[in-house]
Design a protein around this ligand. Structure first.
Ligand SMILES: *Cc1c(COP(=O)(O)O)cnc(C)c1O
Length: 361
């Protein structure tokens, strides 16, 4: 056998320096860490879905264009007729396609920080420099530093999560417009939480050739399907499409997503319920002394604990079988911050009860 080369010899240093995206075990926990919709479908809807699945031909490759699903998604997400559409295996894959197609050491990826971790993580993987521009202390965009960073770095792509994850707020609309106008590259407005936000840039696509709007069905209640959508000018999307693997949307996802979107009223009832429960949870958290609670237009709430107590509180909740997200280690604006997903009323009540108990001892 020839002398074997090790991972150290062959894996790029940029990859070896990364740590894999960590998903903590959640068996038996009240799971409020990942912005999932906590609700299942009514029994008769599950029955209809299973009947559809019976006819799916798992022996055949999927429709590479997912044509019927695209028609339905265009309607449901109100994509303008003259915008093109590209589907991803989750919107995470769309971020990856955009950056793979643009990958070049001269092409900067720019996003406010803190924001969705995948923007930087995928930029690191494909070897694009990432510039993070700090948000203001209230997590609003700092208009002048954003515009100055865009002028300086001329980013190939700017990502704006709208509402932002992990902070939950919507950015000022006029500032987003100013950023799109100032950018010489593309601006991706990531509307993963659109179902909870009632505000969108989808209608602005006709106005800006460099605007791309990204959506996902994950936070609407279909996280297990892995389906995201990118809308924008076909001049951009036909290039991104070239790095897409041909059958990225599997047959089960195509059939199930189309079926779910044909039963949109059920999904909307669930997201409406989550929005109402978000307001209840916001008020309850605000009534707990010592917490700083940030406004949210998403299905999660960010809050700051008393100084240097976030990790202890997070661990105590975990010991009591309630799993939320600890963001404190990120540091900076997220020091002492925890993020809780809005669950069912019962789950939210358990979380609040345990949190109050932990804080009172
Ligand atoms: C959850 C999330 C996504 C990823 O969604 P998937 O479609 O499940 O890959 C994208 N952007 C933001 C801001 C998110 O919070």
């Amino acid at each position: 056998m020839s002398k074997q080369r090790s991972p150290q010899d062959l894996i790029r240093p940029a990859i070896r320096a990364l740590s894999a995206y960590h998903v903590p075990p959640s068996g038996g926990m009240v799971k409020l860490d990942a912005m999932e919709n906590p609700y299942r479908w009514p029994d008769d809807m599950i029955k209809q879905w299973l009947a559809l699945l019976r006819d799916v031909e798992l022996n055949r490759y999927p429709d590479p264009t997912a044509a019927p699903l695209v028609v339905r998604l265009r309607q449901v997400m109100a994509v303008p007729d003259d915008s093109a559409v590209l589907l991803g295996n989750g919107s995470d894959e769309l971020i990856q396609m955009i950056l793979m197609a643009m990958a070049d050491p001269q092409h900067v990826v720019l996003a406010p920080t803190p924001s969705f971790v995948m923007y930087k993580m995928i930029a690191d993987v494909v070897g694009m420099p990432f510039v993070g521009v700090p948000l203001n202390a209230d997590f609003s965009l700092n208009r002048s530093t954003m515009l100055a960073a865009i002028a300086e770095h001329q980013p190939a792509v700017v990502f704006l999560a709208y509402p932002n994850n992990p902070t939950g707020n919507l950015f000022d609309t006029q500032t987003v417009h100013d950023i799109i106008q100032a950018a010489s590259g593309v601006v991706v407005v990531d509307e993963a939480y659109h179902a909870f936000a009632a505000s969108s840039f989808m209608n602005e696509l006709n106005k800006y050739p460099n605007l791309l709007v990204m959506r996902t069905v994950s936070k609407m209640g279909l996280a297990g399907l892995r389906l995201g959508l990118l809308a924008g000018a076909s001049a951009w999307l036909q290039e991104f499409d070239k790095v897409r693997l041909p059958y990225n949307i599997n047959v089960l996802t195509q059939v199930s997503a189309e079926f779910a979107l044909n039963n949109l009223a059920i999904l909307q009832q669930q997201t409406d319920q989550i929005c109402r429960d978000r307001e209840i949870l916001l008020n309850a958290l605000r009534s707990i002394a010592g917490l700083e609670v940030f406004p949210s237009k998403a299905n999660f709430i960010l809050f700051r604990t008393p100084a240097a107590r976030a990790t202890e509180i997070f661990m105590a909740l975990k010991a009591r079988k309630v799993l939320i997200k600890n963001l404190s280690a990120v540091g900076g604006l997220l020091s002492d911050c925890l993020r809780v997903t809005v669950g069912t009323p019962e789950e939210n009540t358990i979380f609040l009860r345990e949190l109050r108990q932990i804080l009172s001892v």
